[in-house]
Design a protein around this ligand. Structure first.
Ligand SMILES: N[C@@H](CCC[C@H](N)C(=O)O)C(=O)O
Length: 277
């Protein structure tokens, strides 16, 4: 990203993004530049940077490069997919379906009424190898110090998720400290996104997420998908599952096993800008 390059700020349930249109062949910024742009005082500020490139044979609208605010690359971003759909719908009035290529595979997005966007997030993978857990490492040993833990699981939605099911909603300190420790634990080849989930009286899932490469965020789309998939797969919940995070609600619909999982929620364009430095 060079000086005088235009960008768009977007948000989805408070998870915020800067979108760069690099379909003209411009290169993506490197990790140091990404960290500078992500600074919420001296830069633009965002959780993820989304760079759009020309599409592929099976996802011809665009190819998406995803970067966390610490400069690390990511393979999937559920909230970001809805935000890109919103941006593409503004750019191409009349169209309401798009196909996006991500490092985790092709994603279909559909614009719905009432500011909602529906995303086909593909099939969840429950294998420990898919989240990069070191072979032979017992998950229980990693989680020994977590208070009030009922269960735990590993799910890949194209990116890695560790889900802790707790008796009580976690304190902010637990999300910060345990999340920070686990998200960069050497037992995961490439780190992991850490979710803290409880069930409400209404059956909804209450979720707090410590995102790999970011920290606690108001919402994480792929974590909501991973958590709902784990609950449906173990018989603890039935599809569709409402997942409530500080930023708001996502609805996750997964018929099970061979079917793709669908995520529905809002996304919003906040402002367009030009980077002067
Ligand atoms: N906010 C995202 C997830 C972004 C990537 C994640 N931090 C990772 O490193 O895998 C979402 O909405 O899914």
């Amino acid at each position: 990203m060079s000086p005088n390059q235009s960008f768009t700020k977007l948000e989805a349930l408070g998870n915020d993004f800067v979108l760069l249109d690099h379909r003209d062949g411009q290169p993506d910024p490197g990790p140091e530049r990404i960290r500078a742009l992500a600074d919420r005082r001296s830069g633009i500020g965002f959780d993820q940077l989304l760079a759009l490139h020309p599409g592929t044979a099976d996802a011809d609208d665009c190819r998406v490069h995803i970067f966390n605010c610490d400069g690390s690359p990511a393979r999937q971003c559920g909230n970001g997919m809805r935000a890109i759909a919103r941006w593409l719908a503004d750019e191409q009035p009349g169209r309401d379906r798009f196909r996006l290529a991500t490092p985790a595979g092709a994603v279909e997005v559909e614009i719905r009424g009432d500011n909602q966007v529906r995303v086909n997030m593909g099939r969840p993978d429950f294998g420990a190898a898919a989240v990069g857990l070191e072979p032979g490492l017992a998950l229980n040993d990693l989680l020994a110090g977590i208070p009030g833990r009922l269960d735990a699981g590993l799910v890949s939605m194209g990116n890695p998720h560790l889900i802790l099911l707790l008796e009580q909603p976690p304190t902010a300190a637990l999300v910060e400290q345990a999340g920070s420790h686990l998200s960069r634990h050497a037992g995961f080849q490439d780190g992991v996104n850490v979710s803290f989930a409880t069930r409400g009286d209404d059956g909804a899932v209450r979720l707090r997420v410590h995102e790999r490469g970011v920290g606690p965020t108001p919402a994480c789309g792929s974590a909501a998908c991973a958590t709902a998939a784990l609950l449906i797969m173990t018989g603890a919940a039935k599809s569709p599952v409402n997942v409530d995070q500080p930023g708001g609600r996502l609805v996750i619909d997964w018929p099970g096993e061979e079917s793709p999982l669908w995520m529905t929620g809002p996304a919003r364009r906040v402002f367009d800008g030009t980077c002067l430095t």
